[in-house]
Design a protein around this ligand. Structure first.
Ligand SMILES: Nc1ncnc2c1ncn2[C@@H]1O[C@H](COP(=O)(O)OP(=O)(O)OP(=O)(O)O)[C@@H](O)[C@H]1O
Ligand SMILES: [Mg+2]
Length: 256
């Protein structure tokens, strides 16, 4: 499989990735490319290796073998900070938000702005944080009921938007990886997250999304990578295939 010869390298390329867990081959010889601005799904049955692939890219797991290239150059991704420095952000199910903090507190966690009270005492600049958070959420067209509410009181979709706003704050995010972003949500909330993905790709942010929901995959992606038993079973252009084609590949049979 070769990408279009546009002259510019893919944003991300993985070559011959391997990962074993105590004798289990979770990922075997996985190679693929992601072009800048694309939205790509990784699909496959339970245990196919989807999360493991993504965790090697985000630095959560170290790979046993294989190469990761970022914009054509070999990338040393050994931990999540390495990935983040390159512009790779990953949204996990637990979202890594602090439940008792409000949205601005979560967005600015670890990089809070301070102002001087009476020109002397440093105090948290809450209004600047709230204003910026509102602005970042507007970019993905999500409004929160309140900027003061702890995020544990927000809906699943609102929490995901808060996590995304945190990625956008640094202005560094080029690739956002989402592992099952719609799985735990109600129908309306799922729709919000799908819209969020559309808004992000409009802003030239590349998306890799793991999902079991083929409706959602067909709604938001340009291409689909099918994993089966740790290997790439196929790479498809979403517009050129049917859900049944994808299901057949997931199940490992050709078409019936
Ligand atoms: N930390 C781990 N320790 C041991 N085995 C693991 C670990 N993580 C994954 N595995 C194994 O590796 C294989 C691939 O798991 P992975 O989580 O990547 O699958 P997945 O495609 O994300 O599945 P799901 O759709 O259920 O989330 C499975 O057999 C799993 O049991
Ligand atoms: Mg998984």
């Amino acid at each position: 499989m070769t990408g279009p010869s546009t002259g510019s390298p893919p944003l991300l390329e993985v070559r011959n990735l391997y990962k074993t867990f105590g004798g289990v081959h979770a990922v075997e010889d996985v190679s693929f490319r992601i072009e800048p601005g694309e939205a790509v799904a990784i699909v496959g049955d339970n245990g196919a290796g989807k999360s493991t692939v993504v965790k090697m890219i985000s630095g959560a797991y170290t790979r046993d073998a294989g190469d990761i290239l970022w914009q054509g150059a070999p990338a040393d991704i050994d931990d999540p900070d390495d990935a983040r420095r390159l512009g790779i952000e990953t949204m996990y199910q637990d979202l890594a938000l602090i439940p008792d903090l409000d949205a601005p507190g979560n967005v600015f966690l670890g990089q809070e702005p301070y102002r001087r009270w009476l020109g002397i005492l440093p105090v948290l600049d809450r209004s600047a944080m709230a204003t910026k958070t509102r602005e970042l959420l507007e970019r993905v067209r999500i409004a929160l009921p309140s900027m003061e509410r702890p995020v544990r009181q927000l809906s699943g979709g609102q929490r995901q938007a808060t996590a995304i706003a945190r990625f956008l704050l640094s202005d560094r995010a080029r690739l956002i990886i989402m592992d099952e972003p719609t799985a735990a949500l109600g129908v309306q909330e799922q729709r919000k997250v799908l819209n969020l993905i559309h808004r992000l790709t409009e802003q030239d942010i590349t998306i890799m999304v793991i999902s079991h929901n083929l409706e959602h995959v067909f709604d938001v992606t340009d291409r689909i990578i099918v994993l089966r038993a740790g290997r790439v079973e196929g790479v498809l252009r979403t517009a050129e295939v049917t859900k049944q084609d994808v299901v057949s590949l997931i199940m490992g049979g050709g078409t019936a």
